[in-house]
Design a protein around this ligand. Structure first.
Ligand code: C2O
Length: 348
């Protein structure tokens, strides 16, 4: 049977890593009945653009959206801190599955990609609602784009470095621009910084290995099956491990006990760059399905398709979503700007 979160009232304190400051990650209680997700076909399509190419007016709008989200009352499920805690609750053992005592964990399994797609979907809708702008789209951090030039795609984009709403103080200070991202980051910065050309070649090779040659089947790409009552974390797909996990750890502060914020699950989404990082992961799911060869299709197992989660929407209603409704971004009302995927044809 599919994994399901049946209610949020089963939420218990998160299990935090050693050294973490205690935090209650449970969402505010809901007062009205849970509603089943429906597509909203009346809204305009949103175009998610690469963060490094945002125009000044787009950056201003993006900052305003987060300023508004940070200013909501503490009990509002749409407040930024509450949005960040959604990740913590689904990742640090706060929720139990419906009809089972098992904890619900959306990492290290085939739930990883669809759960994060839904998470971004609602986050984006909330930001758009706060702005009163239905065309607002989350940007994506295009770290897989190794093109040299200006501005660079594969550094921390300047949008996250200049204005308070998008800044996070818990980042690795050695990894600020012009330092190129290391998509195969080991967690250590020993030794000399490699020349940019070397880093670019290594990043392209990592992308080719994880998204092209190493993920020719759905289970390689999405990760292992995780059904109702199964033990947590049966195994993540290629993309979840790297570049997803590596960029998290690369971004978080090396001086913090668990590489907060980005480098550990409970705090990762406290950094607004999280949502741009996951925008790129989500985009790569779209890209992967277009690559030739192998069986690059979404899983057809109904235990995947019918897995169910709960999210607060832009009107603070608690919505029940299924994986099967998240397979086509255009149906959800958004798409990604094409920035090329040079690594896809760059067999090392
Ligand atoms: Cu839920 Cu990037 O982690």
């Amino acid at each position: 049977n599919p994994v399901e979160l049946g209610s949020i009232s089963s939420c218990s304190p998160a299990e935090l890593p050693p050294g973490a400051t205690p935090v209650n990650c449970c969402p505010p209680p809901n007062s009205s009945p849970i509603v089943d997700f429906q597509y909203n076909t009346r809204l305009p399509q949103r175009l998610r653009r690469p963060a490094h190419l945002l125009r000044p007016d787009e950056i201003a709008r993006y900052n305003r959206a987060y300023q508004l989200m940070r200013a909501l009352p503490a009990s509002d499920p749409r407040r930024f801190s509450q949005q960040a805690n959604v990740h913590c609750a689904y990742c640090n053992d706060s929720f139990r599955q419906a009809n089972s005592r098992s904890e619900l964990q959306i990492h290290d399994s085939w739930l990883f990609l669809p759960w994060h797609r839904w998470y971004l979907y609602f986050h984006e809708r909330i930001l758009g609602k706060l702005l009163g702008d239905d065309t607002f789209a989350l940007p994506f951090w295009n770290w897989d784009n190794q093109a040299a030039g200006s501005p660079l795609a594969n550094v921390i984009p300047s949008a996250y470095l200049n204005q308070a709403p998008l800044i996070d103080s818990l980042r690795n200070q050695q990894h600020l621009p012009p330092r190129l991202v290391d998509l195969n980051y080991s967690g250590q910065d020993s030794g000399p910084i490699p020349p940019d050309s070397t880093q670019r070649a290594e990043n392209n090779a990592l992308m080719f290995q994880q998204i092209v040659s190493g993920s020719r089947t759905p289970s390689l790409f999405f990760g292992q099956a995780y059904r109702a009552g199964d033990a947590n974390a049966p195994g993540g797909g290629t993309i979840e491990n790297a570049p997803h996990g590596t960029v998290h750890v690369w971004t978080g502060s090396a001086a913090a006990p668990n590489r907060e914020d980005m480098g550990t699950l409970y705090s990762a989404a406290r950094d607004p760059i999280f949502f741009a990082h996951h925008g790129n992961i989500d985009r790569l799911w779209v890209v992967w399905k277009t690559l030739p060869g192998g069986r690059r299709r979404d899983p057809t197992d109904t235990d995947w398709l019918d897995a169910k989660f709960l999210f607060y929407d832009e009107n603070s209603r608690l919505v029940r979503v299924r994986v099967r409704d998240a397979l086509t971004t255009e149906q959800l009302g958004y798409s990604y700007q094409d920035t090329g995927n040079a690594w896809a044809s760059a067999r090392p």
